[in-house]
Design a protein around this ligand. Structure first.
Ligand code: SF4
Length: 272
């Protein structure tokens, strides 16, 4: 039975504790606002070390603005798959500066692993699951080793698979917090308008959900907002998130974290 060598707690015990904690928090925060849930996650010492994971996508600025109202130095993990649109990279820099966020950590796959598994940046054409594992799931899993829990910007309305999303979930030994779970697209727009927040430039070009450039297409009127992600494939999630306690598909084994992922070389980028 795997055991944490520092605490002596087994994986099974840690997972059961996280599940019980998530259940208790959902009861306690039933009827609470997104801001109340987020404030608890970021400031209550009982939550431990908490990071927010943000794609700096179409709606990310809402959660990022709420964070800036609570703690501008709170850790925000930005996964740079090195296949992102130029517009996303510029937007990330602009939003962080405008909101005064000082805790941004850029997470990337280590260059040697990319060179070995995807030397010509075409893995996404052969296997989007393997590419997402290499560029997103495993780097995030490694980055999260330093944290006790994480905050996401997921909402129920985004996809059928997210229809039962709660404020708090457990994922392995960690609690995952979804402050915007119950927000609608109208709520998000109203918040952005009220606070005059900068919009991702690709939204105006027909991208209501924005991922990597090879796997994101514009969405037509009336389509699901995430219909442009991995269009033509059954894939709905990149593997970062789990459903009913199980990952959507199996990730690659977690490898040793890069000593300084921000320092890894960045390849060519594309604009929409
Ligand atoms: Fe690779 Fe596409 Fe996944 Fe990005 S979204 S990591 S390009 S498969």
């Amino acid at each position: 039975m795997p055991r944490d060598t520092v605490t002596g707690v087994t994986d099974e015990v840690a997972e059961a504790r996280a599940a019980a904690e998530a259940r208790a928090l959902n009861e306690r925060f039933a009827g609470a606002t997104a801001q109340e849930v987020l404030r608890h996650a970021l400031t209550d010492p009982a939550m431990g070390r908490i990071a927010t994971v943000s794609s700096f996508g179409a709606e990310s600025v809402v959660l990022l603005h709420m964070i800036s109202q609570i703690d501008r130095a709170a850790p925000v993990l930005f996964i740079d798959t090195q296949m992102l649109f130029e517009e996303t990279l510029q937007y990330q820099t602009d939003v962080a500066e405008q909101l005064g966020l000082t805790g941004i950590e850029v997470v990337r796959a280590p260059a040697p692993e990319l060179a070995k598994a995807d030397p010509d940046d075409t893995l996404h054409k052969r296997s989007t699951d393997a590419c997402c594992d290499l560029r997103k799931t495993v780097p995030l899993a490694n980055a999260l080793l330093a944290y006790d829990g994480w905050v996401t910007g997921r909402k129920r309305f985004q996809a059928e698979a997210r229809a039962a999303l709660d404020y708090f979930e457990s994922e392995g030994p960690r609690v995952k917090v979804n402050p915007l779970a119950g927000w609608s697209a109208t709520d998000l727009k109203a918040y952005m308008d009220e606070h005059d927040l900068p919009r991702h430039p690709l939204v105006a070009k027909g991208y209501p959900s924005i991922g990597c450039w090879p796997c994101t297409t514009p969405v037509k009127e009336g389509e699901d907002p995430r219909a442009g992600r991995w269009r033509g494939e059954e894939k709905e999630e990149c593997g970062i998130h789990f459903i009913d306690g199980k990952v959507v598909r199996g990730p690659l084994p977690v490898s040793e974290p890069a000593s300084d992922p921000v320092a890894e070389a960045a390849p060519e980028r594309k604009s929409a």
